[in-house]
Design a protein around this ligand. Structure first.
Ligand SMILES: O=C(O)CCC(=O)C(=O)O
Ligand SMILES: [Fe+2]
Length: 209
């Protein structure tokens, strides 16, 4: 814990180690902890691994660049299917969308039926691209079926439609409500790339939409 606290998320800040970022909206603690990474996260990485931080920084930057490209492509494909094909019509910022990485850790839980890893929520993003380890835990709410487990598939990523895409598309793409459950014996990890407009954009919109 002492080591983790070297990378603690500051009181006013987003990046670093701490409870799940959605925690403040829920009355009960969740059985998870998180580390939010923006860019190379150099400041925290040098504190955690003073002699060996470069590998972590390089890897997180490369991963974010790849995810940013993928998210941008997916967004354009999804908008294309709504008839928005001109990139100029997407007012989400000239420099393209921006994102951050959320590393979620769910320790094994002695009483998994009495705890929740991440409470039901929707992501406030345009899109979220999630990599889950080979241990299941992610569930999505399907109308008429209830909570359905999204079993991890080797090499596959999960894409969630976030609140912003829901709003921008007037609900044609619906934000998916999801949660993460825990289990008695296995520690689970997941890595979410949260993709949204750059903070310089006050009100993202699609022209003529
Ligand atoms: O761990 C998971 O599968 C879900 C993670 C998630 O929903 C999030 O980070 O917003
Ligand atoms: Fe989520």
């Amino acid at each position: 814990m002492h080591q983790k606290l070297k990378a603690a998320r500051p009181a006013v800040g987003v990046a670093g180690y701490g409870v799940a970022r959605i925690s403040s909206f829920f009355p009960k603690l969740m059985w998870s902890e998180g580390f939010t990474i923006i860019g190379s996260q150099l400041e925290h990485a040098t504190k955690l691994w003073p002699n060996d931080f470069q590998n972590f920084c390089d890897t997180s930057e490369v991963y974010q660049k790849q995810m940013n490209k993928l998210a941008g492509k997916l967004m354009l494909l999804m908008l294309g299917s709504l008839g928005i094909t001109n990139k100029e019509d997407v007012k989400c910022g000239d420099e393209g969308g921006c994102g951050e990485l959320q590393l979620n850790s769910y320790p094994a839980c002695p009483e998994p039926d009495r705890a929740m890893g991440l409470a039901p929520h929707t992501d406030s993003t345009i899109l979220t691209i999630l990599h889950q380890s080979n241990i299941s835990g992610l569930q999505v709410l399907r109308e008429g079926c209830g909570w359905v487990t999204v079993a991890p598939l080797a090499g596959a990523l999960v894409v969630h439609v976030g609140d912003l895409l829901h709003i921008l598309s007037n609900g044609l793409y619906t934000n998916g409500r999801h949660r993460a459950v825990v289990n008695r014996t296995q520690h689970r990890l997941s890595l979410a790339y949260l993709y949204g407009p750059p903070s310089s954009v006050k009100s993202p919109h699609f022209k003529n939409w």
